[in-house]
Design a protein around this ligand. Structure first.
Ligand SMILES: C[S@@+](CC[C@H](N)C(=O)[O-])C[C@H]1O[C@@H](n2cnc3c(N)ncnc32)[C@H](O)[C@@H]1O
Length: 284
């Protein structure tokens, strides 16, 4: 965007360095997300919509509202600052590894209690947990004899509502092979033409919950597998380290952690061993 266009856009509200820094700090406090200097336009764009919605005239007043802990607006604020880009079968090699290597091994190892627990942490609009559910159903023919659950969490209540509904637009389902699409989705008709809804067989494997990774985690049991992909990249190194250590603590011994291709625990903690392309195993 050129300078004049930026100026024209900013004429809506004054946006000072102080406002920007104050908002960046609030984003960090409430989400752990580090907004770099070049995120100024993003912050302005997303939060000026909140000012308009609230009929407010200054970012200073808006900051006060957040600093005072206004609950509804805190939710809208955190929803506005998250980046929710996701896709079905994103980083497809993870799902190949799960289907071809990890699940066959787990099915042998867990014969005694027939229980598998997976956490999709930062699940956004649900594409990741639903992809996991498809792989589980396709790889475990006698899944009805197993106690298999996916916990899918995110901080953003809007994406969670979309995930829970499980209805996707044409452009979201393009990556899914025709055969799978037929097997796991119900095609919309009438006003829903072009959309597709995931079948209850996938939905019933998943519990969607709101959870801020920066806060305490209410889960009682431990997990065999954690997917936390393209989430830690928004956090600074000390926060990443804390989370990697917490993931190690809630994984079963030898449990697996799948992360995004530009994330790594290796320089931050000694809890994990690299065993595949951005796939780690808890080593201690
Ligand atoms: C880019 S999406 C990644 C979605 C999916 N894991 C994938 O790789 O396709 C990042 C998600 O992390 C969530 N997120 C960001 N900060 C969070 C926090 N502190 N606690 C929980 N979720 C958070 C965002 O709301 C967003 O939906």
């Amino acid at each position: 965007m050129n300078h004049l266009a930026q100026k024209a856009r900013r004429q809506g509200f004054e946006f000072t360095d102080q406002d920007f820094n104050r908002l960046r700090e609030l984003v960090y406090q409430h989400t752990g997300i580090r907004m770099a200097e070049n995120r100024r336009d993003l912050i302005y764009g997303r939060l000026s919509r909140r000012l308009r919605a609230l009929n407010m005239h200054s970012f200073g007043d808006y900051c006060k509202l957040i600093e005072n802990g206004h609950e509804d607006e805190l939710e809208a604020f955190t929803n506005a600052v998250t980046t929710n880009l996701t896709a079905f079968f994103r980083e497809a090699h993870h799902f190949d590894y799960l289907a071809d290597t990890l699940l066959p091994e787990l099915l042998k190892r867990k014969q005694a209690n027939q229980r598998i627990r997976i956490w999709s942490a930062g699940c956004s609009t649900g594409e990741e947990p639903y992809t996991l559910a498809m792989i589980l159903r396709e790889s475990i023919p006698d899944i009805h004899n197993w106690d298999v659950r996916i916990l899918a969490t995110d901080l953003d209540s809007e994406v969670l509502a979309k995930a829970t509904a499980g209805i996707y637009e044409q452009q979201n389902i393009q990556q899914i092979l025709g055969e799978r699409l037929k097997r796991w989705f119900h095609k919309g008709t009438g006003i829903h033409k072009g959309k597709a809804k995931v079948l209850p067989q996938l939905q019933e494997l998943i519990s969607f919950r709101k959870l801020n990774l920066m806060e305490s985690w209410p889960m009682k049991g431990s997990f065999d597998i954690i997917f936390c992909r393209n989430v830690l990249i928004y956090f600074d190194k000390p926060t990443q380290k804390k989370l990697f250590d917490r993931f190690a603590g809630i994984l079963n011994p030898k449990g697996h952690l799948f992360i995004g291709h530009s994330e790594s625990p290796l320089d931050l903690t000694s809890h994990f061993t690299l065993i595949g392309q951005s796939i780690y195993q808890r080593s201690k």
